[in-house]
Design a protein around this ligand. Sequence first.
Ligand code: 4NP
Length: 166
Amino acid sequence: MNEAPQVPVTILFVCLGNICRSPTAEAVFRRRVEEAGLDGRIRIDSAGTGDWHIGHAPDPRAREAAAARGYPMDDLRARQVSVDDFYRFDFILAMDDANLTDLRDLDPGDGRATLMRFLDVLEGGPGEVPDPYYGGEDGFGRVLDLVERASDRWLARFTEPTGPAS
Ligand code: 4NP
């Protein structure tokens, strides 16, 4: 039996468009949380730094790649990250360095959120989830590979007895 966080932990995944990488992370991590029996203890959302795709479903290539591994994401809709998110979420996890820079610019400074890169939990890892939007189909499989590995590490951090992301 895993050690559940004492209070619900809230996590926001952020990329540029909120139609490829961050909704993929949301779908994969949600599955991990469900499998661990932690629904309601870890709350998850995703957003984009840009506004181009607000209200849109995830990119069909991302949906297809995720569905092939059993992660449904058809019901997700893109939204833009806001200053309010820094007060609402415990962790805001950027997919790449540009997202992190944009989030630092938006950070009001007195929020509750810990801001870092999603892949910082992978020691010696690539650091960034490469943007697959303008690339080939294999980019979406690469996103899923990285997201699955990082999600396992994040879940372990939240379920280890020493507490979240220490
Ligand atoms: P995402 O990918 O940030 O992983 O959702 C992108 C989606 C759309 C665009 C760029 C990246 N775009 O330029 O519209």
